[in-house]
Design a protein around this ligand. Structure first.
Ligand code: SF4
Length: 334
């Protein structure tokens, strides 16, 4: 039987994917798959319906794979009820099976598409927890958008502050959301670094977000053709500085993010530069008490690695957050 290979990897690196031995490499989207429902019966413990109400994006940010993978906006849907796992009482195919309680939209720039208003109204009416997982374009957050979001059940509202130029839009979006009644603690801003920025630029954007009251979630840039995570160091960054960000996220952050905790805001406002803000005091070399060490001994007398508690921002890590944190911990030898 011939084997086809598609998806993000095959679309971005088709020549490399061809070496896999697959008979056919499929680049880009597969239109006929757009209306399929994933087989949620395979993951009975999962409670969220994942879907796209649109593909592509109106913008062409140089660091992003979406323009290459999906191109201009397409596959617009004005209703997504039919993509909610059958069983939710408010979905079209309601039955007595398990219910999904969340709708997770993976649209890359939902506000850039003409269908956003109809979708927002439908999601508000459904009353299910809604997650715009890829973030909202801060430049397109108006008072109307902010008010609709405030009336939806959202645990987290994601935006992005990827470079200084969009700072005024991010600040305005946060202000409008706050005025509409969204708690700033629920506003998370992805914050790109290791691209065309430098450490000082990144530090200033983190400080801005903390002063605006939002949560900063750093996102380390990877070239689109990178085959090894966290290998790339941009010309304006040093590897040691990237490691400082990773350490700070673990030590003074929460779940890899920098929330606008009073002490953290103070620390960033007092800091005179990146190194001052992200430099950490040496860790204590004190060993754990003997009785704690003993209970970690396995039957061979080896010390087991302590089980790591993974803090979760707003209850769940999305796939990008989880993989970034995992890779950074691996890089630090943890
Ligand atoms: S707006 Fe977002 S999805 Fe669109 S190209 Fe830029 S980063 Fe990618």
């Amino acid at each position: 039987m011939p084997i086809s290979l598609g998806g993000i990897y095959a679309s971005l690196l088709p020549d490399h994917a061809a070496m896999s031995g697959a008979d056919y490499i499929h680049k880009g989207l597969m239109d006929e798959a757009e209306a399929f429902l994933p087989d949620y019966d395979l993951v009975p413990e999962w409670n969220g319906s994942i879907m796209f109400a649109s593909r592509g994006c109106i913008r062409r940010c140089g660091f992003c794979s979406v323009p290459k993978l999906e191109g201009r906006p397409s596959a617009l849907k004005y209703s997504v009820k039919h993509l909610i796992y059958p069983g939710h009482p408010k979905s079209e195919n309601c039955c007595d099976k398990r219910h999904h309680s969340r709708v997770i939209l993976w649209d890359n720039n939902i506000l850039g598409n003409p269908n956003w208003r109809a979708l927002f109204d439908e999601l508000q009416e459904l009353g299910m927890v809604t997650d715009f997982n890829q973030g909202l374009d801060a430049r397109l957050v108006t008072q109307e958008v902010a008010e609709k979001i405030a009336h939806m059940r959202m645990e987290v509202v994601r935006v992005a502050y990827d470079y200084h130029g969009i700072g005024p839009f991010v600040e305005r979006a946060i202000k409008l959301l706050k005025e509409a009644g969204v708690s700033p603690r629920k506003i998370v801003s992805y914050t790109l670094f290791n691209y065309q920025d430098d450490p000082e630029d990144f530090f200033e954007r983190v400080r801005d977000l903390l002063n605006w009251g939002a949560v900063c979630y750093p996102m380390r840039f990877e070239p689109l053709t990178s085959l090894e995570k966290n290998r790339f160091v941009s010309p304006r960054w040093e590897r040691g500085e990237l490691e400082m960000v990773a350490s700070a996220r673990r030590v003074i952050g929460y779940a890899g993010a920098f929330p606008a905790y009073e002490k953290l805001v103070e620390k960033f406002n007092r800091a005179k530069d990146f190194h001052d803000a992200f430099g950490l005091r040496e860790r204590s070399k004190t060993k754990a008490p003997e009785f704690l060490r003993e209970q970690d001994q396995d039957i061979n007398g080896n010390l087991e690695k302590p089980r790591m508690h993974v803090a979760r921002l707003h209850g769940s890590l999305d796939w990008r957050e989880a993989s970034t944190l995992r890779a950074e911990k691996h890089q630090l030898g943890e």
